[in-house]
Structures are given as structure tokens and as C-alpha cells.
Design a binder for this molecule. Structure first.
Ligand code: SAH
Length: 246
């Protein structure tokens, strides 16, 4: 076992996520593939191994305990596969759909899945707001997860429509998030979308040596009612409403 895989397994365990030696080895290879492709394609700004371990792997695996035991999970705006690829390796019993509007990132993920024999993750090239209005994806997933895609109000509009009633949307945000205006701003739209915040978790990621401590906030939103048909609104309207290009 390499030093990297050892530290990965110990860190995962501290996050209540058991990862096998084979799984840790796959993640190590995944990191090498991301860093290699990153030379020709913008996939991540984190290029040192310790940073990758903490900011990509521990951060992704910090939500594994909330995703465990669900049948389906959609990762919205997965980019190079975060948190979707680490979760699909850690949770082989769950079927993952990794959605992004940028096809070349998904092509990279398809290559990764083939090389690492990941059989429980497939990619979906679509905008989240279009998937949310399509019969094949709306209300279909037991869980939705998303990291670094949009501010929480818009993010909820992109993610909650895809979740089945009684399912959950797990949002990944920075430290002290519940004291931010972004959190306050999301309360009304969460209710309008049929959601209800069930818990928020301030989590410290496992620390590596003397590296700075990284804290995250995990927000668990349950879908308790059907989302009204007008949500998600189309991308043009969303851009106007949230004053942001989505
Ligand atoms: N989740 C990854 C990537 C974050 S970057 C990580 O944490 O590293 C944001 C990603 O969201 C980009 O890949 C972008 O293409 C995608 N994205 C942004 N808005 C989207 C939308 N409306 N529908 C689908 N994907 C979207």
C-alpha cells in the first residue's frame, strides 16, 4: 500500500466512510488521471497531492455517510467528477448519475470509469434546469448532491426538482454557512420548491500534518412535497432572476 492510499483510507474512516484498499488505489489513479488531463484542460486549480487529498477526496467523502444506503444519486455540475467519482467508488451499492452541461468533462469521466472499471456511475450531458423539466429525470433520484456550482437559492432550484418525494438534496458549502446571507436568501425558495431543511452539519475534514484546518457545512434538504411545475424555470429566466449566467 502506498503512503497516499494509507492516508486516504485513514481519512475516509474518520469521516465514517469505509473505503477498501482497491477503492483507495482507484482514487489514487483517478487523481493521476485528473492531474495529467489538467495540463491540457482546465479541471482543477488544486495540483499538489495533499491539497487533492483534502480538498477533493476528503471533501467529497465527507457526505458519503448521508448518501449511504440510497439506490440512486445524481451529482449536479460534477465537473471532473466531484463529488460523484469518489462517492461511486466508496458506495458501490448506489447508482450514480453525473450531470454536467460541459460535454468534454463528461468524456473525461467516461474514460476514467472505463479505466477504473467503475460500473455504478454514468454521465448525463444536460443542463440541470432541462433535466429538471424532463420526465426521465424529474422526481427520479433518491438523492441529489452538488458542490461548487451556484449560490444556494439557484442551486436548490436546479437540484430539488430532480429528487423524488421523501428523497434528499445534499448541498456542500463552506464554513459557518448558516450565518451567511446566502443561507438566509434560500429559505423561501426551498419551501416553494417543496423542500424542508432537516439538518445542517459543520464538519472538519481530516487534517493532514500541519496543513490548515478545512471546515465545511453540509446542508440536508428533504423533499416533502411535489415541486410546482413551473420550477425549474428556463436558463434565460434563471439568469435574469439570479443575475448570474447558469
Ligand atoms: N462539482 C465540481 C465542479 C464545479 S465547477 C467540483 O466541485 O469540482 C461547476 C460545474 O457545474 C461546471 O463543470 C459547469 O459546467 C457545471 N454547471 C454549471 N451550471 C450548470 C447547469 N445549469 N447545468 C449543468 N451543469 C452546470
Amino acid at each position: 500500500m502506498t503512503e497516499f492510499t494509507k492516508r486516504l483510507m485513514i481519512g475516509a474512516k474518520a469521516l465514517n466512510c469505509e473505503i477498501s484498499e482497491q477503492g483507495a488505489h482507484k482514487l489514487h489513479t483517478f487523481m493521476q488521471l485528473v492531474l495529467e488531463r489538467n495540463k491540457v484542460m482546465n479541471l482543477t486549480s488544486v495540483t499538489d497531492e495533499d491539497g487533492f487529498l483534502a480538498k477533493h477526496f476528503f471533501d467529497s467523502l465527507a457526505i458519503a455517510k448521508y448518501v449511504k444506503n440510497v439506490s440512486t444519486c445524481i451529482d449536479i455540475g460534477t465537473g471532473a467528477g466531484f463529488p460523484g467519482i469518489p462517492l461511486s467508488i466508496a458506495l458501490p451499492g448506489t447508482d450514480f448519475t453525473l450531470l454536467d452541461s460541459t460535454n468534454k468533462k463528461l468524456k473525461f469521466i467516461d474514460e476514467v470509469s472505463a479505466k477504473l472499471s467503475i460500473t455504478n456511475a454514468k454521465t448525463l450531458h444536460e443542463r440541470a434546469e432541462d433535466a429538471g423539466q424532463s420526465d426521465s429525470h424529474r422526481d427520479r433520484y433518491s438523492t441529489a448532491v452538488s458542490r461548487a456550482v451556484a449560490a444556494l437559492p439557484l442551486l436548490c432550484e436546479l437540484c430539488i426538482p430532480l429528487v423524488a418525494i421523501d428523497g434528499v438534496f445534499i448541498a456542500m458549502k463552506g464554513p459557518n454557512f448558516i450565518n451567511t446571507g446566502e443561507y438566509a436568501d434560500a429559505q423561501k425558495i426551498i419551501k416553494d420548491l417543496g423542500g424542508s431543511i432537516v439538518s445542517t452539519h459543520e464538519t472538519d475534514l481530516p487534517q493532514l500534518g500541519s496543513a490548515e484546518k478545512i471546515s465545511r457545512t453540509i446542508i440536508i434538504i428533504k423533499k416533502i412535497r411535489a415541486t410546482p411545475p413551473k420550477y425549474p424555470r428556463n436558463s434565460k429566466d434563471l439568469a435574469k432572476i439570479y443575475k448570474k449566467t447558469v
